[in-house]
Write a protein that binds this ligand. Sequence first.
Ligand code: ADP
Length: 493
Amino acid sequence: MAENAADNNKRLSESEERFRALVNATSDVVYRMNPDWTVMQQLNGGGFLSDVGEPIDNWMDKYIHPLDRELVQTAIAKAINTQSMFTLEHRVLQADGSLGWTSSKAVPMLDGQGEITEWFGAASDITSRKRMEEALQQARDEAEQQKRLYETVTSNTPDLVYVFDLDYRFSFANPALLNMWGKSWGDAIGKRLIENGYEPWHAEMHEREIDQIVATKQQVRGEVAFPHATLGRRIYDYILAPVINAQGEVEAISGTTRDITEIKENEQRKNSFISMVSHELKTPLTSVISFVQISQRRAVQNNDPVAADMLERAGKQLGKMTRMINSFLNVSRLESSHIQIDHQPFDLSMLMQEVEEEAKATISSHQVVFEPVAGVQINADREKIGQVFNNLISNAVKYSPTGSSIYIAAVEANGTVTVSVKDEGVGISETDLPRLFERYYRVREAELNHISGFGIGLYLCSEIVKRHGGNIWAESRPDKGSVFYFNLPVIEG
Ligand code: ADP
């Protein structure tokens, strides 16, 4: 009988040992609690939590993170009441003092009367999993916030904002665009341009642009006119840009489109106004010029040198006025694409010779030095290229001090001839340089110093040169003078 009891005890303690070994192997922490959890009898922390050998009653302060203490208390109370397993994920204070997370479970040990004698618990370290979950949640929250932000921005602009996938399908369209189509998000997204009501030429044009963007990773900007659902024909300015992924490839195409119909109409009104005024001014001016010329001749005949001199000066001023009016007319012709480029082959050095003669005859304030290149044939509009020379030279005169020199040269290389007009004048700042060739652009100093001009000379030069397949640019530093260049293709042979 006694042997039996001893055997039983031995087996019992053996199985208890095995059980503890198993719990130790699968858990980071093993602990024992008294029936009402006021005293922790023992805790093996496995390096994660600090060990407890002797019973302690301040375990809550020692191990449980302040923010989770109430949660833990509630779970304990529930487990005690129902005599069922305690189970909870909560924050703990780790052995090194830092914050950690455990998944903790404890089972009640019952005696013969069904009373709890102690609790036996095990907990595993789930800190890294929780950290990952937290990071994921944070990323999700941030993504959500970004989405809200972009949605608000794109919802509150009158511009059309959209995204294409690489199959030319809309993957995003803002309310302004949906509104223009008269479609709902569900009807329009995932569809191609043609399915959203674009005409075939228009859909085809944008699809080719998308191909180009995918190939070059460069944005495309253009202007297009098409009928709006309710407003009739409108003109739009659009920019399509690549969305580049982490691998550097184009993953989508974003687009913004702005209705510029009114801007265009205003521009057109302004142009036709300028053109009308210039035309109206030209007629009386032509008569005044001829009256002045006749009077000048008569003054000479009548031996009145004072009157002859004054009339000659009046004639020069009238010439200046005519050139100004002509340049306005040229701008409005350019804008309405009525400017004609009459190509004809000619020798550039011959033209330069004429320009030189005219410059020598009219410019006395500066030294004008010509270095032409011999025998360069170009196929161009002789009169318009002459205008480019005259504009650049008169700017060089205008923006450099009396007595300084102006050098005009031409060099031929690789099938192009490059002309340069160099002065020793006021120069141009880095901020103004890229904008000089814009229509009506003038440098502030020129305005302040009351140098007359309308900011159209260089614009005209640039349009003329571009229409000949050439380029125009300038190099300059303030107070160091400027060099204006333009190049044109030459006729080989
Ligand atoms: P405008 O001379 O009638 O103002 P342009 O289009 O010919 O118009 O020139 C635009 C601006 O460029 C001028 O206002 C002037 O400030 C600047 N500019 C042009 N040529 C020169 C030059 N040779 N040196 C310095 N500034 C110049």
